[in-house]
Design a protein around this ligand. Structure first.
Ligand code: AHG
Ligand code: MN
Ligand code: MN
Length: 296
C-alpha cells in the first residue's frame, strides 16, 4: 500500500501536508553527497550548522509555504515561529535534520515533524500527529495521526510503501544514554545503574531520531538527561521530544522529563529544552519513581 492510500481517510490538509513533506524529504535524501560540509554559521542554540541543516531547512520551509496548507511553522534552525498566508490552521514543527554531525561518518540521520492545529506553543498531547523520515540504509517514513504508528519504506520507484502497520514497542533491554556520566544527577545515575544491573546493553549512535527509531522497534529507552549545571539537558521539547515522544507513546511506550510526561509540558518558547526519556513504560516508570523518592 502506498502512503497516499494509507492517508486517504484523514483530513485533507493533514494528508496533503504529510505527502508534501514526504516529497520534500525524498529530495533531501538525494542532496547529501554534495552538502557534507560545515557552514560558517551557528543556530540559535550556538550549534554549528551543517550545510545540509540549512539546505533541508530552506527546502522544507519553501515547500510548506508554497503548499498553502500550513499557517504556522517552527524550525530548530529558525529563531521564531514563521506565519504563512494560508486558509488553513495547521502548525508544523521541524527538526529539518537531526544528527547532522554524523553525516560525515555516514550514520543515519533524519527529519522530525510535529503536526498541530491552531498554533504550536501548546502541550504535545494536543498534537494532531507526528512523523519522522530516517535516512539510513533504507529511507523510511514513520507517522501517527493517533490511529496507530505506521512505517513506510522508499521503494525503487521513489514511492513510500507500507513496511509495517500498527507498530507496538516491545520489551527490550537496550538503552541509548546521551551526555557524560560524570555529569549525571543522582536520580539519573541510580536509574542507569539499575538498567545496567538488569543487563541492559548500550545502543547509542548520537543521532536522536535513529536511536529512538531503534528503541521503537526493539524496546528499551533513549535518554538525554538533565545534568549537573545543565538541568534542562540539550534536546528541544518542540523539535525532538514532543514528536518522537508522541509517536512512541502512541505505540504503547511513554515519555518523561524524569518526573512527568513530556507531552503534558506547556512549552515556554520554541527553544524550550527538556531532559528526555523516551521508551517502554517500565523504564519510564522506573526513573519517575526514583525521582519521586527524592534523589536529586
Ligand atoms: P541536531 O543534529 O538536530 O542538533 O541533534 C543532535 C542531537 C541529537 O541528535 C543527539 O541525540 C544529540 O544531539 C547528541 O548530542 P551530543 O553530541 O552532545 O552527545
Ligand atoms: Mn535534533
Ligand atoms: Mn537538527
Amino acid at each position: 500500500m502506498k502512503l497516499s492510500e494509507h492517508l486517504a481517510d484523514y483530513d485533507s490538509d493533514v494528508r496533503d501536508t504529510i505527502l508534501q513533506i514526504a516529497d520534500t524529504c525524498v529530495r533531501i535524501s538525494k542532496g547529501f553527497a554534495s552538502r557534507q560540509s560545515q557552514s560558517d554559521t551557528q543556530n540559535v542554540y550556538g550549534e554549528t550548522q551543517m550545510a545540509l541543516d540549512k539546505w533541508a531547512d530552506q527546502v522544507l520551509i519553501e515547500d510548506l509555504r508554497e503548499s498553502g496548507l500550513v499557517k504556522y511553522l517552527a524550525s530548530e534552525e529558525q529563531p521564531d515561529i514563521l506565519e504563512f498566508d494560508s486558509q488553513g490552521d495547521l502548525g508544523i514543527t521541524l527538526d529539518p535534520l537531526d544528527g547532522s554531525s554524523l553525516i560525515g561518518v555516514n550514520l543515519a540521520v533524519g527529519t522530525i515533524v510535529g503536526i498541530y492545529k491552531g498554533g504550536i506553543l501548546m502541550p504535545g498531547q494536543m498534537m494532531v500527529g507526528a512523523l519522522y523520515v530516517l535516512y539510513g540504509p533504507l529511507t523510511t517514513l514513520t507517522y501517527t495521526l493517533k490511529k496507530g504508528v505506521h512505517e513506510f519504506v522508499l521503494d525503487d520507484t521513489g514511492q513510500f510503501v507500507l513496511q509495517e502497520e500498527s507498530i507496538r514497542i516491545p520489551e527490550g533491554k537496550i538503552f541509548a544514554p546521551g551526555a557524560l556520566r560524570k555529569n549525571y544527577l543522582a536520580g539519573h545515575l541510580k536509574w542507569i545503574e539499575a538498567l545496567e544491573a538488569d543487563g541492559y546493553k548500550i545502543r547509542f549512535s548520537g543521532s536522536f531520531v535513529a536511536d529512538v527509531h531503534q528503541i521503537l522497534h526493539k524496546g528499551g529507552v533513549f535518554t538525554y538527561p538533565g545534568l549537573v549545571g545543565n538541568e534542562q539537558g540539550k534536546l528541544r521539547l518542540l523539535f525532538e521530544g514532543n514528536p518522537m515522544g508522541f509517536i512512541v507513546t502512541e505505540a504503547g511506550g511513554a515519555t518523561s522529563d524524569g518526573r512527568r510526561s513530556l507531552l503534558a509540558i506547556q512549552p515556554n518558547a520554541v527553544s524550550h529544552r527538556v531532559p528526555i526519556y523516551i521508551g517502554g513504560k517500565r523504564e519510564i516508570n522506573l526513573i519517575e519513581n526514583i525521582n519521586k523518592e527524592g534523589y536529586e
